[in-house]
Ligand binder design. Structure first.
Ligand code: ISL
Ligand code: CA
Length: 635
């Protein structure tokens, strides 16, 4: 790999990491990237930039060059050819469905969703038409972070059922021609994992070297990194007189991937599960696994900018690509040479680095989640704001323009860490169904691999939680405390929690009007009781969001491998074709006119987003109603 020196602003932009960073800055300040990088500024030496920026944000430029130099990989032209590529892999045309097992279906009345609950809903999932299920963590865990803190990577969590239940689930999924992937949480393990327990018993032994344990004095953590769940990323273990690193909750101890034994363990775990028949893994915060050698302090200016001090020391660490390639071959390769699916959860990763991680020629991962889609510029999840649906579409359109033939993007609007997309876009109940369908239409007809989060297909909305004791999530509870400790008024703190809490997505699925999730007391209670929005009601309603999803998923097979052409994108209107299908959308809450050029294209209407909530009259043929979608099959 040739190393390119990074001396000028142009060098930064020619570097994948640099381009992602500068694109992000441009997006945040609302200018085109060419406003920052153009023929005039390209030659600007970074030393000069540092002198200018250095006053306001000391160390920022140096942090950036460090990051770039540590990551020399580029996609060269040779990486983008398609010759010799066989059939498109199965996941390229697939629709994924994320299950949060704890809240999906409870089979035994203990109030907690479980594997047998999922088995009982396979008919529903098959009717929906999804191709692959992704289950959030089901491995043995003390559940400080709802399974994202694994105690035993080879055992099923008691609350979820047994290994036999899982085997049966895998078998039944496959019998229905679907696939199933699980969640691999290996940036960290639970402190209750036997490795960590062993480390506590013998802080100089093998297992201690699986983690980041540092000697020192109990009043000064080894560096200034902060945890995503509030406070320092270090916790003092008085018994062994060492600090232990946790980027997430204090019981989620980061694993040291620089230790080859750790990488071996992870590969073995993956092999263990592949042998049981699973089709791959979603890989939790996988881009955080390679930390900078020596764990240097984060640059405070970066911390202020992005909110998490230290992040530039690990979000694209020096060995990330190597470790992934190694894991792909040692863990994700089956005895017959085929590969199981690797879907990376990669917070902070932009489009260019995303391509490095998933380009088929590079043999690292297959898909990643690019989280920049979730918040428009200037917003974070805790802000109470309305998300413009145009941002969702334009984000993926821009993403697409940057992809080559060996790249594929994942498309998603929701997951278990985020509020519901409908509520982000509108609080007006009149548009609930239309907005849900708009997101469905974009997600399912753009080229890319769509991921639907449970309940999204029902147009689920946020919950009207009224007090802290209704919440369960460690992140929300910690953040509330952090805000209060920082001097915020209770109302003000509560508003932020209510806007961004992960618990909005984690309340039980609404199977029936009465609920239908459990016969007992659910572990967390949803407040949305609105009639018409449960699965049972929607199955019977031809205009429901659920049936809109079903329709699009069922016809997707006819265009999933066809070309995409953007016909028009202006104002609140967009139109595109995918194969023989023509999709038109209204991204606003006002009725808009359809352009004549598109109206004149010969074909017949096969689906509209009418119905569900607003039983408005048939719209005029030259108009699209608020948030409307019109799908035609062209002659
Ligand atoms: O919620 C966030 C922190 O503010 C997100 O950044 C989230 O933590 C991040 O996307 C990583 O999420 C994943 O790993 C976490 C777990 O809590 C999340 O549920 C999981 O999706 C730690 O394992
Ligand atoms: Ca149960």
């Amino acid at each position: 790999m040739t190393r390119h020196p990074v001396r000028t602003l142009g060098d930064v932009y020619d570097h994948p990491v640099g381009r992602d960073v500068l694109d992000k800055i441009a997006l945040q300040i609302g200018v085109s990237p060419s406003f920052i990088v153009n023929p005039l500024t390209r030659r600007l030496p970074l030393t000069v930039l540092d002198r200018v920026a250095g006053r306001a944000a000391p160390g920022l430029v140096a942090a950036l060059t460090d990051l770039l130099e540590m990551n020399p990989d580029r996609l060269d032209d040779a990486d983008t050819h398609t010759e010799g590529q066989s059939e498109p892999p199965w996941w390229q045309g697939a629709v994924f469905y994320q299950i949060y097992p704890r809240s999906f279906a409870d089979s035994n009345g203990d109030g907690i969703g479980d594997l047998r609950g999922i088995i009982g809903k396979l008919d529903y999932l098959q009717t929906l038409g999804v191709d692959c299920l992704w289950l959030s963590p089901i491995f043995d865990s003390p559940n400080d972070d709802m399974g994202y803190d694994v105690r035993d990577y080879r055992a099923v969590m008691d609350l979820m059922g047994s290994m036999e239940d899982l085997d049966e689930l895998i078998e039944q999924v496959h019998a229905r021609d679907m696939r199933i992937i699980l969640d691999l949480v290996v940036n960290h393990s639970s402190a209750e994992h036997e490795w960590f327990q062993e480390a506590l018993r013998d802080p100089d032994g093998d297992k201690a070297a699986y983690y980041f344990l540092r000697e020192g004095s109990s009043d000064a953590p080894p560096n200034n990194w902060v945890s995503f769940f509030s406070g320092s990323a270090w916790r003092w273990f008085d018994d062994i007189k060492r600090w232990g690193m946790h980027l997430f909750a204090p019981s989620q101890m980061d694993l040291n991937w620089d230790n080859p034994a750790v990488r071996r363990e992870v590969a073995d775990i993956v092999q263990f599960w592949l042998a049981r028949g699973i089709d791959g893994f979603r890989m939790d915060v996988i881009n955080y696994i390679s930390k900078n050698a020596g764990l240097p302090n984060g640059v405070p200016a970066v911390g202020e900018l992005v909110g998490f001090t230290g992040i530039e020391r690990y979000f694209i660490g020096p060995h990330l690509h190597d470790y992934l390639r190694e894991l792909r071959s040692a863990g994700f390769t089956r005895p017959d040479g085929s590969h199981a699916l690797m879907v990376g959860e990669t917070p902070g990763i932009g489009i260019e680095v995303g391509r490095l991680l998933t380009n088929r020629q590079r043999r690292e991962m297959d898909l990643i989640f690019n989280f920049d889609v979730l918040e428009p510029p200037g917003k974070i999840r805790w802000d109470d704001y309305r998300y413009p649906p145009a941002y969702f579409l334009d984000f993926y359109l821009r993403y697409l323009r940057r992809l080559g033939p060996s790249d594929q993007m994942a498309i998603f609007a929701e997951n278990h860490d985020n509020p519901r997309i409908v509520s982000k876009i509108t609080l007006d109940p009149r548009w609930r169904g239309a907005v849900a369908k708009l997101i469905a239409a974009i997600s399912l007809t753009l080229p890319g691999t769509p991921f639907i989060f449970q309940g999204q297909e029902l147009g689920a909305v946020n919950q009207n939680f009224t007090s802290l004791d209704q919440l369960r999530d460690v992140e929300s509870l910690n953040y509330f405390r952090e805000l209060i400790d920082g001097g915020a008024a209770r109302d003000e703190a509560w508003d932020r929690i209510l806007a961004g809490s992960r618990d909005h997505a984690r309340v039980p699925m609404r199977w029936t009007v009465e609920g239908g999730f459990t016969t007992g007391q659910p572990w967390i209670t949803g407040t949305d009781m609105e009639a018409g929005w449960s699965a049972a009601e929607q199955l019977d309603d031809e205009h429901s969001v659920l049936n809109f999803y079903r329709y699009l998923i069922s016809v997707r097979q006819y265009f999933a491998h066809d070309d995409f052409t953007l016909l028009t994108r202006s104002g609140h209107y967009a139109a595109w074709t995918r194969g023989h299908y023509l999709v038109e959308v209204n991204l606003s809450e006002r009725t808009i006119r359809r352009p004549l050029s598109v109206r004149r294209m010969p074909g017949r209407t096969v689906m509209t987003s009418l119905g569900s909530t607003v039983r408005s009259e048939r719209p005029r043929p030259d108009e699209l109603p608020p948030y409307g979608v019109l799908i035609r099959l062209l002659d």
